[in-house]
Write a protein that binds this ligand. Sequence first.
Ligand SMILES: Cc1ncc(COP(=O)(O)O)c(C=O)c1O
Length: 477
Amino acid sequence: MAKPRATLGIDLHIEPAGPGLRRGLTDALREAVRTGRLAPGTRLPSSRSLAADLGIARNTVAESYADLVAEGWLTARQGSGTRVADRPVPPPPDRRSPHHREPGRAAHNLVPGTPDLASFPRAEWLKATRRALTAAPNDALGYGDPRGRIELRTALADYLSRARGVRADPDRVLVCPGFAHGLKLLAEVLHTRGLRTLAVESYGLDVHWNLVERAGLRTVPLPFDAHGTLPGALDSPRERAAEGSLSDDLAAARAVLLTPAHQFPMGVALHPARRAAVVDWARRTGGLILEDDYDGEFRYDRQPVGALQNLDPDHVVYLGTASKSLAPGLRLAWMVLPPSLGPDVMRHAGSSATGVLEQLTLAEFLTSGAYDRHVRAARLRYRRRRDDLVAALAEHAPDVRATGIAAGLHAVLQLPPGTEQPVVRAANWQGVAVHGLSRYRHPAAEAQPPDALVVGYGTPPDHAWTGTLDALCRALP
Ligand SMILES: Cc1ncc(COP(=O)(O)O)c(C=O)c1O
């Protein structure tokens, strides 16, 4: 067996096995294409380069490529080399073998949650790091304040007040390594205060519900309609609600988790009357609102909806993150706590888990204006992608409508009834990783979700965007 080695052009790990080099190599390449390890459109190394890596004759590789071109697995074109062939949309599931295997790692990622990491502002970030480290006092490198560095808390308070209308005082800002981490902290503190139920939205992320449940709280979904979440159910009088019913559980909830600016993943902004109603509920009952402002920076068609926290900072915890605006790998997020909750959460937080260099760099990034510049440029780029998506749908899939597109880095594509799972599979077949909406529905939610795809158009790097969009369109009805 030849020793596996990295090739020059792309990382191609291939282990030709079995009798006969040509046959072994052909089988190994065919298997890599068939399982999706080599995605449609992938350019293979030249026969010279692969032959050199595998320590075999160039002709053997050329013949193996020619066999696979003849079989339709590869294409060879003058000037563009040898590539993995595009595959047709698979037949509907009932006509396929039950042993059909899905392709492996997808070439195109449209799963929401990650921004375009290729456009992370590396040069600006490096400059800010250098400036921040040069200016930092020695004690910045110590254990420090569990709330996070004062430079960052001050910069965040200014920025959030200016850009999101948050009423923030640096003393009530807590820096944490991600929204999820902040939510876990809050759930644990609320549990120690006797809370047993957290109302959530009908649609959201199961990782968030799961970590709340692991802290000992039940998550109970609020109803949802075209104007967003219906917080009125928090008020349903207990005596009118059937014992053990959803409305009974909701009436018992003293806290609610919401995405008011841009519901995740449906994309609607919480209706103004409902914003007022939920704040009114919190005031009357001493309830608490956890406001997840995960992509508050990205609104395209008009002024962003300001933070709900502004309406009542005593009853709202504001949570924000750099995971969408910069990169999740920085592990930088923040919350602004009401006075009644601040000391407990800060005590529970222990020492901050985000490195001081990242904190000081973000502080410098914010105060120097680099953050605003980056967000404005990113907003333009993502907006163009959103427009490309809408235009591609109009041209190639006129029966598919994009909703929730006024903001954020994802859109919901409304599909004809009964087609969600076949379309997800067809997309996978085209090398596109994408999720159906049903995956984001809370298991106890009353509403049945419409058939839809949640398309995270922010994720692909610029150079891959057109190819990703083409591959998605090939899978749409
Ligand atoms: C709804 C929602 N909230 C919050 C976040 C941010 O998560 P974190 O800060 O934990 O990376 C995300 C990221 O995908 C999200 O989709």
